[in-house]
Design a binder for this molecule. Structure first.
Ligand code: ZN
Length: 685
């Protein structure tokens, strides 16, 4: 027995025993062991087949992931200075190890040999489809890391990757600096008319922190969005709008100071060059190599088709907004900085619904019971609490999932409430993957994390409807992880699931939050026990699709710009093509043409410094998949156990073991169609 609790991977992590000083030695030890074991395996003494070579190599990877999982998790939900130091000390070691594995020619050869002999020999069917898939994915990833290239090109490829990460970091830094450099201070409370109390106290605190009097408005999202939606002062809205729209660019109050123009061009040009080295025409094609979407024509056709249907509706909504503004004093003609403000007024007038109003109807325990009842009806699984498991905080709960045959299928930690030292947002993460051991198959374990307001004043935790939807979403990811029936960790659970398909099970689960037939299962007034009033539900449903056409058009504008930029980028044309393209896309799809100083691209961090390059379309792509999958339930009954079983067997249990388009077709009986999404958003009657 090792006295480092991280290295005991025989069961659940020992959260109460993990100390910051355990982290680095454990990671050092497992990396050293992995290197030595891989070296022994790859030195050629072993039989080059799945069982003797690939399975043990894969197991090394899985063990490293398992040791690191609780560390990464604690860093997110129970951080402290010592842990952060240890965590940060390990990151470069882990990334160096990953690069080393990806560039290891012997490793590449091992996967290649086993793959070729499996395909050639009569015993090909000895390998399971999941194992074939692991080999295919590995070979693809090796190829995409440039391992096949002649040495000079390989060197260039590495240099490109290095330069790319520097330019992406610089883009991010410029954007952050530009966002933080701007503020607006005022002592005149009349100037802030219309803003809610919560925003005013936020501004006041910001002023106090900066040693100022009065109120300090910034370009951080909560401040910016509040001003745009609620500030009655038109000049104030315009001031913030211009500052926000020109961040990190050649325009606006800080013109040229943190200008991202050259960073954007360098990023695009490096991506383009890397894609060409790998044999692709452009970066969009390279990006699709690991995605569900088959080729770039398909993505363009998909977005164009959605645009074609949404544009008329969006234009109608815009005309309605203009007409509404015409009657309001001082808002005609409607300017770009008026749109959110006027929309919010219209929305309030029409639906008069706030999330706070819904809170008393969603006490957390009722919501959980209802959620578990829904998945029981759909998949025949039972979720039951387990109290004996040690966790990182007394609020954290633990549950087991058993299927209809009584077989254990998954386990999860549920960490619902916001608290200090816990990162914001909601997410699902992997603790233990499903995998074959010598004598048994290990049950997958998930972390489900939210940041809801904790119970206070003697009341239970009460959720808004948005929060209920968030919980259902993350539970959907959790089921994809936990209900897996694949026994090879590399494509079990959500491992190896294409990035544009991974949101299918999560967005899919959200649908039940909006069903009159399902709501009584997870809603009930926390004091009176009364059901959610029908009239409230009605307003909620109507408000759901408010300006759905405009929202859709905007998302398509971003997605088309991103995808075409990476598909059509021409190194000879330089940075000017970026602005030219966004103008072109806007002419096609935008219902609001912003002022000419607007520099949207300069702060489009998703694609320039995040992971969404040539991937912004995936938001809509995943929505289409989830709505289309759900439409079968609409046809056959939202609790139809046969349909539930089919979704379980074709999607949830299969993880990354097969092509996602095949899995989808197996469930839906055809390729995805956009109609269900258009209908759900009220765009198509
Ligand atoms: Zn998600």
């Amino acid at each position: 027995m090792n006295d480092n609790p991280l290295l005991d991977t025989s069961g659940l992590p020992h959260f109460t025993q993990i100390r910051a000083e355990h982290v680095e030695p454990a990671v050092d030890q497992v990396l050293a062991e992995n290197r030595a074991l891989a070296d022994a395996l790859l030195s050629g003494a072993t039989t080059a087949d799945w069982r003797h070579l690939i399975a043990p190599l894969e197991a090394l990877q899985e063990r490293l992931g398992r040791i690191w999982s609780p560390v990464g998790h604690l860093h997110s939900v129970a951080d402290n200075d010592a842990l952060r130091v240890a965590y940060n000390a390990c990151l470069p070691k882990l990334s160096a190890y990953a690069t080393e594995c990806g560039q290891d020619k012997r490793r590449y050869q091992a996967y290649k040999t086993v793959s070729e002999s499996a395909l050639a020999s009569e015993s090909a069917d000895m390998l399971e489809p999941a194992q074939h898939r692991i080999l295919e994915n590995a070979l693809r990833d090796f190829r995409l890391s440039g391992i096949d290239l002649p040495q000079d090109k390989q060197d260039r490829f590495k240099a490109i990757m290095q330069a790319l990460s520097e330019h992406m970091a610089k883009f991010e830094q410029n954007l952050l600096d530009a966002t933080q450099a701007w503020h607006y201070q005022t002592d005149n409370t009349a100037e802030l008319a219309g803003l809610p109390e919560t925003s005013l106290s936020l501004f006041k605190e910001a002023a106090e922190r900066a040693g100022e009097t009065g109120w300090r408005l910034t370009l951080d999202a909560p401040s910016y969005l509040a001003v745009m939606s609620y500030a009655e002062n038109r000049a104030l809205r315009e001031r913030l709008y211009e500052a926000y729209a020109t961040r990190a660019s050649d325009q606006g109050p800080h013109a040229g100071r943190w200008d991202n123009t050259q960073e954007m061009n360098s990023i695009l040009s490096l991506r383009h060059e890397a894609a060409e080295l790998l044999g692709y025409d452009n970066y969009a094609d390279r990006a699709l190599a690991t995605r569900m979407a088959q080729d770039s024509d398909q993505v363009i056709a998909f977005l164009t088709d959605l645009a074609r249907h949404s544009l008329t509706v969006a234009q109608g909504e815009m005309a309605e907004l203009r007409a509404y503004a015409r009657d309001a004093p001082g808002l005609d003609p409607l300017e770009a900085w008026d749109i959110a403000f006027v929309s919010e007024r219209l929305r309030q007038e029409r639906y008069a619904i706030t999330q706070e109003e819904l809170r008393p109807y969603f006490p957390i325990d009722r919501v959980l019971d209802g959620l578990f009842a829904i998945v029981n009806r759909l998949y025949g699984i039972r979720v039951s609490p387990v109290t004996s498991i040690e966790t990182w905080h007394p609020d954290v709960r633990f549950f087991d999932i058993h299927d209809g045959d009584g077989e254990p299928r998954g386990r999860f930690y549920l960490d619902l409430y916001a608290r200090e030292h816990k990162r914001g947002g909601a997410w699902m993460d992997e603790c233990v993957l499903r995998q074959r051991r010598d004598h048994h198959v290990e049950t997958p374990v998930a972390y489900l994390t939210c940041n809801f307001a904790p119970p206070s004043g003697g009341k239970p935790g009460l959720l808004t409807h948005d929060e209920v939807t968030t919980l259902f979403h993350e539970f959907g990811h959790g089921l994809h992880h936990m209900l897996s029936r694949i026994d090879d960790a590399g494509v079990a659970c959500i491992q190896g699931v294409a990035w544009d398909a991974v949101e299918l099970p999560s967005q899919f689960m959200e649908n039940w939050c909006w069903e009159a037939e399902a709501l009584p299962l997870f809603s009930k007034h926390y004091e009176s026990g009364a059901p959610l009033p029908e009239e409230l539900l009605d307003r909620m449903l109507k408000a759901r699709n408010f300006q759905a056409g405009m929202k859709m058009a905007r998302q398509i504008e971003f997605a088309l710009f991103d995808f075409r930029l990476h598909r059509e980028y021409d190194p000879a044309k330089g940075a000017e093509q970026i602005l030219a393209l966004i103008d072109e896309v806007r002419k096609e799809i935008a219902v609001v043409i912003p002022p000419s100083y607007h520099r949207f691209a300069h702060s489009f961090a998703h694609i320039f410094s995040g992971g969404y390059a040539a991937g912004y379309y995936s938001y809509k792509w995943a929505e289409v998949l989830s709505c289309d999958a759900y439409s079968l339930f609409k046809e056959q009954g939202i609790f139809n156990p046969e349909t539930g079983r089919s979704f379980l067997e074709n999607i949830l249990e299969k993880g990354g073991s097969e092509d996602p388009m095949t899995l989808f077709c197996n469930f839906r009986g055809r390729e995805p169609q956009i109609d269900a999404l258009l209908q759900q958003s009220g765009i198509l009657a």
